[in-house]
Design a protein around this ligand. Structure first.
Ligand code: OAD
Length: 232
């Protein structure tokens, strides 16, 4: 791939598929077996925090042994090799981009390894699987803790959003990898990039609502396409 000026990469669950992490909407996707409104909304947590935590604890257990794949590695190498400005915007909460070495990274939907107190707001990084007690409570104030992820119906963190949209407006190339491009506001990022003159390349084995807008759509798995596309 020719080096462009500013580069933004947007990733979704598909980038982690080859690490054995289930996606949300495709075959075997989490939202095929579970109802998001029962497990990933503030209302669901208010009704039954233990049930919600059991689901997140199960997902954390599945993710604990997952390792970055060739797609995560190629993106971390791209960041190190690219002379211009660079930002990786991920919707994934699995931590695999950071594990691969990506640093110019915004996790716009939070992290499944982050736990936040609903009473005092204290955040902590917690890797223990399974968690010792469900639901977990805050070591500082004893309040009920929640997963540090963004649920349906919640706003994305303002700082992360501003970074993502600012970078999308300014980039020359946007690479959109492994996302169904149906969850907003992140699904707006390629539109914003395109409207500001960027070239948009999609990598996905399937067609998405982004496909007609993209300058190029590469049909394939991230772990196979990215190393050759990026030359790493
Ligand atoms: P989805 O499950 O909606 O989409 C995954 C995309 O990855 C699909 O378009 C697949 O075709 C594609 N895909 C599958 N295998 C792939 C592979 N090996 N390489 C490349 N692409 C592959 O996941 P997201 O778009 O990430 O939000 O979903 C967005 C958000 O919806 C998630 O962050 C999550 C979910 O509800 C929250 O939890 C807030």
């Amino acid at each position: 791939m020719e080096a462009a000026g500013a580069v933004v990469v947007v990733t979704g669950a598909g980038v982690s598929a080859e690490s054995g992490v289930p996606t949300f909407r495709g075959a075997g996707g989490l939202w095929r077996s579970f109802r998001a409104e029962d497990l990933a909304t503030p209302g669901a947590f208010g009704r039954d925090p233990r049930l919600v935590w059991e689901w997140y604890d199960w997902r954390r257990q599945g993710l604990a042994t997952a390792r970055p794949n060739a797609a995560h590695d190629a993106l971390a190498r791209l960041e190190r090799a690219h002379a211009g400005s660079f930002l990786l915007v991920t919707q994934n909460v699995d931590g695999l981009h950071a594990a691969a070495g990506s640093r110019k990274l915004v996790e716009v939907h939070g992290s499944i390894w982050q736990v936040r107190c609903t009473a005092c707001g204290r955040e902590r990084y917690e890797r223990a699987v399974p968690l010792a007690t469900l639901p977990p409570t805050c070591p500082a104030c004893g309040g009920l803790e929640r997963p540090g992820v963004v649920w349906f119906g919640e706003a994305l963190p303002a700082v992360a959003l501003e970074a993502a949209f600012g970078a999308a407006r300014a980039c020359e190339l946007m690479l959109v990898v492994g996302t169904s491009a149906v969850v907003y506001p992140i699904a707006y990022l390629p539109r914003v990039a395109r409207e500001n003159g960027a070239r948009v390349i999609e990598v996905n084995p399937e067609e998405t609502p982004l496909t007609p807008l993209a300058d190029e759509s590469i049909r394939g798995r991230a772990a196979e396409v990215l190393p050759s596309l990026l030359g790493f």
